[in-house]
Design a protein around this ligand. Sequence first.
Ligand code: SF4
Ligand code: MSK
Length: 616
Amino acid sequence: MTNDVRSKSMDPACQEMLRACEKSGLETAWDRLEKQQPQCGFGELGICCRNCNMGPCRIDPFGEGASRGVCGATADIIVARNLLRSIAAGAAAHSDHGRDVAHAFQLIVEGKAPSYCIKDPEKLDRLMKEYGLDSPALLAAAIMNEFGKQDGPIQFTRRVPPQRLELWKKLGIDPRGVDREIVECMHRTHIGVDNDYVNLILHGLRTSISDGWGGSMIATELQDVIFGTPKPLFSEANMGVIKPDQVNLIVHGHEPLLSEMIVAAASDPDMIELARNEGAKGINLAGICCTANELLMRQGVPMAGNFLSQELIMATGAVEAMVVDVQCIMPALGPLASCFHTKFISTSPKAKFPGATHMEFHEDTAGETAKEIVRTAIKNFRNRDPSRVQIPDIKTRCMAGFSVEAIVSALGGSLDPLIEAIKSGSIRGIGAVVGCNNPKITQDFGHIGMVRELIKNNVLVLTTGCNAQACAKAGLLQPEAAEKAGDGLKGVCQALGVPPVLHMGSCVDISRILVAAAALANALGVDISDLPAAGAAPEWMSEKAVSIGAYVVSSGVFTVLGTVPPVMGSKAVAELLTSGAKDVVGACFAVEPDPVKAASLMIEHIDSQRRKLGLA
Ligand code: SF4
Ligand code: MSK
């Protein structure tokens, strides 16, 4: 890796801050990646195992040394077991988020979480109808019960087209509760249990479905009920949203339960008055990672940056407090905060960090905790050293808030106009581009290269997670970006006044994309795998992304990965994922680090699905 900041990030604000960090000797993820070189080849190929204490074992990829672990496990078994454990961890992260929201919902309906209310009663009614229940309390109990369901299906899987459901049943992957499936992942991967790589991977698919159509979808649906279903709105993205003359409070992580309370507390007139008394012009709230997506989608709170921006945002020296909950929060933030006046505040009982002040969040006292956090940030304003402040003057306008409900409403009340545009070829197909940053790829390069190529070729892009933030920073989430789209897509976007890339929310909100795909397939009377649609995670890094990839493919969507998953040590597993899966679930993975070539693979797939549907 070179020291040239352009090879590290294509975001000019990040480039500016990378130069600043280099100048002041502050270490970032890119430096640490460099210090990790060469990374472990066994790990990269997925052929090391430490599932028991006869190991650790590793397989010689060149066929000259050990071909089996002490227990006799082959590369196929080890790679499949490792993959299953990653899916379990990713599904657990998403679904525990879903559980927290479900728990909050239960407390709200019981009147035990006074800081919250129900902002979308219509959606609540729809969910009660879907579950066949007539009271919010019964719905809350039924949803809590979904997580640990020992037998029988989980409700939202019944949203898929009948063909898909039949296929899942035939394959034995129509899942039970996500907790049940995750426990079984851990059981199967224990020494001497499941040693058939196909059987292991099939259970991985089942577990991932219990995340995508279970835990994650519960998170999205109940967050909409509690905080409101997103509607189109405008905001801004990138580090220029940090304000030099205000108290800057940055929220980072994933769950909106606390951050929504912080939004409320930061707009409290008493708090604003307090900030003025401390010499600030006001309180400025901005987000990182999926907390940013959640708050942008519903409240229009600006986004300071995506995953790889987190250290650089703190390094502006203008952050009074960075408040975190769970997932994608680098432990490096603690030591970095100590180089500035920044208060690094952890809030989840599940996630403590070295160097952080812990201000624990509980639903029943959420409002007070949020106020205490905002007060802490305000009081810290006087400790800011103006001589160390450097805020890149870079930000971009963006449009977000495209829930499925908002898309249907923008289309005039039904999906028919979208179906017609797909049939006529104005929209060639749909690309779902999601996922993280990974310093192995120039930050945002994979995202932006792919999305630009897709829209140029009339593929409407649906986005979530850190891809959405990359697109926002690059100006692709504004209606004017239609100019960068092919003529067909441009016409549709201009007629509707929407961008060619629709921001659908956070990582758990990939469930919105699943719902949209199921609704489209149902409207056309086909399976999801028949749709002219493809998915991609150009810069993925987290285990959540592994679970996402697995449930998207299990749902029938061809998916391209931009960073290589640790499965290449088993030819059999790699072949199953990249080709054999097509005969099983009607979709498979491809791995292509070049974003333009990856977009071409997606477009080829879209075109072949169009031909099969008899579309020009
Ligand atoms: Fe080695 Fe088998 Fe134990 Fe894994 S489970 S560490 S391969 S002996
Ligand atoms: S935040 S999981 S880095 S998308 Fe959801 Fe971004 Fe990936 Fe975290």
